[in-house]
Design a protein around this ligand. Sequence first.
Ligand SMILES: NC(=O)C1=CN([C@@H]2O[C@H](COP(=O)(O)OP(=O)(O)OC[C@H]3O[C@@H](n4cnc5c(N)ncnc54)[C@H](O)[C@@H]3O)[C@@H](O)[C@H]2O)C=CC1
Ligand SMILES: O=C(CO)COP(=O)(O)O
Length: 373
Amino acid sequence: MAPSLESHIIPQGAEIGADTLISRSKVTVIGSGNWGSVAAKLIASNTLRLGSFHDEVRMWVFEETLPSGDKLSDVINATNENVKYLPGIKLGKNVVADPDLENAVKDANMLVFVTPHQFMEAICKGLVGKIKTDAEAISLVKGMEVKMEGPHMISTLISEQLGVNCSVLMGANIANEIAQEKFSEATVGYRQNREAAEKWVQLFNTPYFNVTAVQDVEGVELCGTLKNVVAIAAGFVDGLEMGNNTKAAIMRLGLREMKAFSKLLFPSVKDSTFFESCGVADLITTCLGGRNRKVAEAFAKNGGKRSFDELEKEMLQGQKLQGVSTASEVYEVLSHRGWFELFPLFSVVHEICIGRLPPSAIVQYREHKSRSS
Ligand SMILES: NC(=O)C1=CN([C@@H]2O[C@H](COP(=O)(O)OP(=O)(O)OC[C@H]3O[C@@H](n4cnc5c(N)ncnc54)[C@H](O)[C@@H]3O)[C@@H](O)[C@H]2O)C=CC1
Ligand SMILES: O=C(CO)COP(=O)(O)O
């Protein structure tokens, strides 16, 4: 079992009584990949600083054995570094890696979900009945699920399966840059609970990570999810060396489809959300510097002859792409609803990913598309 920090962290403020300490919120981060580790670092710097949180931040680790033969969670606790997913960055001594999911969440009032979206259903199943009934959750997961009854956002999956309120945090947040404390912004999307949203902003906000809250969970979450499909398209353009104008065109068309898709699914989605960090800013940074872009570039350079799975394994060393599976999930929605004509870019990205069309089709689809705006 992972060690507890309670024994070697000195409580902040000797004048604070035991009752106050008891009412402090305990935070657990569920996930410890590239962004999960950076999220833990950000949070840990704030829990040390702010009296309303327990110092210790638990971070659930999907356990694996490193080439050295050591367990990843042991190495994180010994070195204070996630040597596999965020090498070279100290997480903060108050981050405790814990491979036992149930143990990691048992005392937490604030649950931060940050794993690749394809693992979320199993993780939520494992947590049913295991979390505090009054816990608040936030999802940093960019992705969605498609079920028989239609598309399901990850925040909805968390809320429905675990019976907790779930906000989201998305934004132009390439994890490695934030790990180096380079300035960026992010957007918290909340449903009704403004107070909970303010607490999440407090927990994440630092001088180099500027967080704003908006009342539009679906808008924020769909921005974070759908931009990964556009990033795949941008990667194809880069791989084919089509230049900046083509890439800008793809980003513009992509943003238009992101907005239309979000509003068709959830009419409550606000136009203004697309101008927050989670919208246009995340689209830009991911199309310039993200993993989806990078692997899609390699896919196009290879003329689509090497699969995304193969390239992901080779290029990302255990990190996961979200854009390819999201393109497939979006395609399923388009197919069920008869929306192909409305979303030619989204459709063609999936068809290229599965090898039905060549990468060059990324600009040829335009003849089918609706030209309404
Ligand atoms: N890395 C980034 O720059 C950013 C990522 N995100 C989003 O955050 C989410 C998490 O991504 P990262 O932290 O970057 O992860 P990652 O892609 O770096 O790492 C993959 C993670 O999945 C875990 N894993 C592998 N198999 C698993 C299984 N069967 N069950 C549970 N976990 C398993 C690995 O242990 C590892 O922690 C994604 O939705 C991503 O889109 C959002 C903003 C920035
Ligand atoms: O979501 C991201 C930046 O905000 C990271 O995108 P990638 O997964 O493509 O690296």
